[in-house]
Write a protein that binds this ligand. Structure first.
Ligand code: PLP
Length: 393
């Protein structure tokens, strides 16, 4: 099997798995218990908080463990707007290309009476800063812009967005689920008030993540209960998951630059070969400003879902659009936002690499892809018409 769907989820690293094992076995104490047996759990969770905080230049006390990216996103938006309501600020700004964890939370907020502006993006998938500034109103409470897009990998200008937020005294949340552990982020440099991340996107286990909340920004809790996470996120902690996330974060940060270069090199090789060897193909998303492991293509006259199934029959895991929208037909909301017409957008294929991806795997994928795209085009009436028309000319 060749796994090129690392934006959907990643393999748990051996190191993360080994770090978790004791907490699934002998170290089963409840971290809230006061006897010595639970000390190890508490201490280990404390270390993870420090590792993660160090990774984004934050204070340890600003990290709150959650059940993953979706929970962190929900919490950040709902809590900020709850505070906004109390202050008479019922408007927030986000983008058209956010993950559904943000977009569907925004729709829910709209049903509760809040107002949301969904910023458009340019053809490369970048937020336009002048449009952002124009969208700001006296009652704007929150700006939420993702750090990097999960479909086309575009990295947003966080620093500039943070500066605008700061200038206007508006909270700035970023969904960094695709970015954390993959590219450097500093919450101070970018004036980030809240940041979401998820372990399973950086070789940690599923069902665990965190929300960074800047000191002094006392957001209300989303889950009430026994008062864990300093009263901000109740529920007995997922100790093994948290420890696995900590190990994965440690590994992600200690070899980040090396990994970025390796993934980027292979990714560029993949892009060059595909654009050169497969006609009527295009790269979606800005070529420069993108996650090192992301490539997103459109193949005209091809249905993305059919292509993914054909690749699967050849032992290749890939995705059309995102994992979450894989079952919905048509062009994804992200590809629509960058202006792709449906006949091109529906032929999208996302290939996301990992550090373990090899050149041999990329070569295999390109060869299989050429065959599969050719096969699907052979069945496309539109493609045959186009070829005939060109021959007649
Ligand atoms: C995966 C993802 C999420 C959801 O995170 P989960 O931990 O799977 O809930 C949110 N935002 C983005 C950008 C993602 O890629």
């Amino acid at each position: 099997m060749i796994y090129l769907d690392n934006a959907a989820t990643t393999k748990v690293s051996k190191e993360a798995m080994e770090a978790m094992m004791p907490f699934l076995q002998g170290q089963y104490g409840n971290p809230s218990s006061i006897y010595g047996f639970s000390d190890t759990c508490r201490k280990e969770m404390d270390n993870v908080r420090q590792t993660i905080a160090d990774g984004i230049g934050a204070k340890k006390s600003a990290i709150f463990f959650t059940s993953g990216g979706t929970e962190a996103d929900n919490w950040a938006l709902k809590a900020a707007m709850e505070m906004g309501k109390a202050a008479g600020k019922c408007h927030m700004i986000t983008t058209q290309i956010e993950h559904h964890a943000i977009l569907h939370t925004c729709q829910w907020l709209e049903k509760q009476g809040f107002e949301v502006t969904y910023l458009p993006v340019d053809e490369g998938g970048m937020v336009k800063l002048d449009a952002l500034e124009k969208a700001i109103r006296p009652d704007t409470m929150l700006i939420s812009v993702m750090a990097a897009n999960n479909e086309i990998g575009t990295i947003q200008p966080l620093k500039e967005i943070g500066e605008i937020s700061k200038k206007h005294g508006i909270l700035f949340h970023t969904d960094a689920v695709q970015a954390f552990g993959h590219i450097p982020i500093s919450v101070d440099d970018c004036h980030i008030s809240m940041l979401s991340a998820s372990a399973h996107k950086f070789h940690g286990p599923k069902g665990v993540g965190f929300l960074y909340v800047r000191e002094g920004c006392r957001i209300p809790p989303m889950i009430q209960g026994g008062g864990q996470e300093r009263g901000q996120r109740s529920g007995t902690e997922n100790v093994a998951g948290i420890v696995g996330m900590g190990k994965a974060a440690e590994m992600a940060f200690c070899r980040m630059q090396e990994r970025i270069e390796k993934e980027q090199g292979l990714r560029e090789y993949l892009i060059e070969r595909i654009l050169l060897e497969i006609p009527y193909s295009r790269l979606n998303g800005a070529r420069g400003q993108r996650l090192p492991n992301n490539a997103n293509f459109s193949f005209q006259f091809v249905d993305g879902a059919a292509l993914v199934l054909l690749l699967d029959m050849n032992g290749i895991c890939a995705s059309s659009g995102s994992a979450c929208s894989a079952s919905s037909k048509g062009t994804s909301h992200v590809l629509r936002a960058i202006g792709l017409p449906d006949e091109i957008g529906r032929g999208a294929l996302r290939l996301t690499l990992s550090e373990e991806t090899t050149k041999e795997e990329i070569d295999t994928v390109v060869e299989v892809l050429k065959r599969c795209v050719g096969m699907l085009r052979g069945q496309s009436a539109a493609y045959r018409d186009m070829v005939c028309r060109r021959r007649r000319k």
